[in-house]
Design a protein around this ligand. Structure first.
Ligand code: HPA
Length: 293
């Protein structure tokens, strides 16, 4: 096994410096002229939905030049192409994270590929800690807005030369999570009798979980849930003009007090992620069915 970090494996890059041709060629060799319009990104413990695609073509990350391989347990790294609810989709099964040593540009490489393959709508999922005191482990939160703590601190995929052919240098972020898609998700959840929370997702780099003081800080700042992913992808997708929506699986309640015997663990996150999958899959399927319908 290689001990090299993501930084050492791949030189840091900006979108305009990256040649996507080898990756796109490798994918086209497997999928031919297939044209996905909806992209899905499945986070920790949630990747099993990819196994439900019809006429699936699995392209392993190792077969895509430049693709950031995930090194985290519970994240299998594939792009899976096929049909879900009658729509042509591509699913990113597993993702790379900043804490693995990858740059924000590398983490978002799959999103740039999806965009170039014709995807115009992106649905992201993640595992998150619940900060809102009303949230329980097992809840699903529809992301209304975010606090990009990592990005504000300089870990932002849009830093570097801007490719004006993709999107603007200065991107407006007031309309990030598509209003129509959010309403569709709420309607689907209501029809299915499932509770769908709503709130603000805070993105930090990890890899360690937060201290109780940090959780109280984020609550004060207006965050309802916290996690180590998603917003990098959201920013790149919005830069390219995609419609975006995101769901957080609340896999654990973030601990906001010291001197408790509780501690957050990756095992807890994975186990609860698996419990939430059927409920999340139902809502995601419902949304996919209605897109452009
Ligand atoms: N904090 C950060 N990331 C997470 C958490 C958490 O509590 N749970 C799942 N991902």
């Amino acid at each position: 096994m290689s001990l090299k970090s993501g930084y050492e494996q791949h030189a840091p890059m900006t979108p305009s410096q990256v040649d996507y041709t080898p990756a796109l060629t490798a994918i086209r060799e497997k999928i031919g002229a297939f044209q996905p319009t909806i992209g899905l990104v499945l986070g920790s413990g949630l990747g099993t939905l990819a196994n439900e695609l019809e006429n699936a073509i699995v392209v392993a990350d190792a077969d895509i030049p430049g693709y950031p391989a995930s090194t985290v347990q519970g994240h299998s790294g594939n792009l899976v192409f096929g049909q879900l609810e009658g729509q042509d989709v591509v699913v990113q099964q597993g993702r790379a994270h900043l804490y693995e040593g990858y740059t924000p540009q590398q983490v978002t490489f799959p999103i740039r590929l999806m965009t170039q393959l014709g995807v115009n709508t992106l649905i992201l999922t993640n595992a998150a800690g619940g900060i809102n005191a009303d949230f329980d482990a097992g809840d699903i939160m529809l992301v209304n807005d975010h606090i990009y703590f990592a990005g504000l601190a300089g870990m932002n995929p849009l830093i570097g030369p801007n490719d004006d052919a993709i999107g603007p240098r200065f991107l407006g972020m007031a309309q990030t999570y598509d209003r129509g898609l959010r309403q569709t998700a709420l309607d689907i959840a209501f029809e299915a009798g499932e509770t769908l929370r709503r709130g603000v997702y805070a993105c930090i780099t990890g890899p360690h979980f937060e201290t109780p003081a940090e959780i109280r800080m984020f609550r004060t700042l207006g965050a309802d849930a916290i996690g180590m992913s998603t917003v990098h992808e959201v920013v790149v997708a919005r830069h390219a003009g995609l419609r975006v929506m995101a769901f957080s699986s609340i896999t654990n309640v973030a601990i906001d007090e010291i001197d408790t015997t509780r501690e957050t663990s990756h095992i807890e996150v994975m186990e609860m992620g698996a419990v939430i999958v059927p409920k999340l899959a139902k809502i995601v399927r419902g949304v996919v069915r209605k897109i452009n319908a």
